[in-house]
Ligand binder design. Sequence first.
Ligand SMILES: [Zn+2]
Length: 375
Amino acid sequence: MSRDDFTAATKRSLALRASHHCSLCKISTVGPSDEKPNAVTMIGKAAHICAASSGPGARRYDPAMTRAQRSDISNGIWLCANCADLVDKDEIRFTADILRRAKIEHEQSRRAGNISAQGDGDIIAIGSSIISVGSVLRTGPAGTRIQLSHFVEGNGRDLFSFAEGFDRLIEEDRYILLSELGYGNRLAGTPLVERVNGFLEVEFVLREHLTRSSATSNVCTICARTGRLISGMDAFVQNFERTLGMARGTWFANLKGGSDLSDLYWRYKNSPWFARLAMKEMIRLSCLPSFRRDAKENATPLACVNRVNRVEVPAFDLVDQHLSIEVEFDIEGLGTWAGNLYVFISTPKQLEESRATAKLHADRIVEIEMASKAR
Ligand SMILES: [Zn+2]
C-alpha cells in the first residue's frame, strides 16, 4: 500500500505555521534537550487530516482525493505526538471538518506579533517590578487566585521574594493590578505564591475599594487648548490627559508620581504590547493612591475612574507630540464612558532633561528645609 506522505518542506511549513505548538492541546512541540548544550527535543508531527493510505487503521480516508491532494499541505495539521496518536484512533470525535477548523483557528492565533500567541491571559502587575501575563482563576470574598503563564518583566524568583519579603516592602510597592478585571489595589496582607501543575499561582486579598470622586461633582477648570472654562466630563477628560501626559519623576514636588506612558511609548512603539502596558498603567493611576505628602489619603491620580475596560491605540503616529488613545472607563457617578484621549508624549531627551531639573529642584528644597531646621 503506498502512503501519500508529506514532503520535508511541507512538514516544515506546517510546523512553522503552527509556531511549533500542537494545534489541539497547544503545548510546545519543540524545546531544549538536556542531553547536549545544542540538543533539541521535538515531539511534533505533521499529521494527516484524511489518511495518507487506505486499509485497516486508516482514519478519515477519502477515496475521492488524488494522491497529490492527500500529500498537499491543506491535508496536514501540526500536532504533538499524543494528539497525533489520539486523532488516529478516533475518527468519530476528530472528523476531517473538526480538524480543519482546529487548524485554521490555531494558525490564526499564532500570527507573528500576535500577543495571544505569547501566552494566555492579560497583563498582571505585581508591585512595581513584576509584570506577567496570566489569568484570574477565581475571585470572591475569600480573595483572588491568579495563574501566571509567563513573565514580561521580572521572574519567578522575584515573585517568591515579593511574597517572602512582603513585610519589608515599601507601602507604594504592595499592590496587584489585573487588566482582565480592569482594576487593582494595594494588598491587604502577604500573598501566597505556589506552583500548581507547573504554573505559578498567587492567592491574595486586595484592600477595600477606594471611594472615587464622582464625575458629576462640580469640577471646573480652564481648557488648555481654548482657554475657556470647562466643567463636568470635559474637565475630567482634561485631567485624564494631563495625568497621563505627566511623566514620572518630572515634577519636583512628587518625584515618584507621574505616568510611564512616554517611557512605554518609546520602548514598545509599533508593538501590540504598548496598548496592554498602557492599560496596566491607567489601572495603576486609577486604583492606587498617589502617595503625595500633601494629598488626601484616598485620592488616586485618575480620581473618578473605577475600572479601565478597554485601551486601544489605532496608530502610533504623534500629532503635535500627542498620541491618540481610545479608552473605555467605568466612571464613578456616570457609568461607562468611552472616548479618545490625546496624551502628550515626551521625547527621550525631554524626559531626561525634565527629570534632571525636577531632581535638582527637589534636592534644593530638601537643602532649604534642613537649613531652616538647623537655624
Ligand atoms: Zn497535542
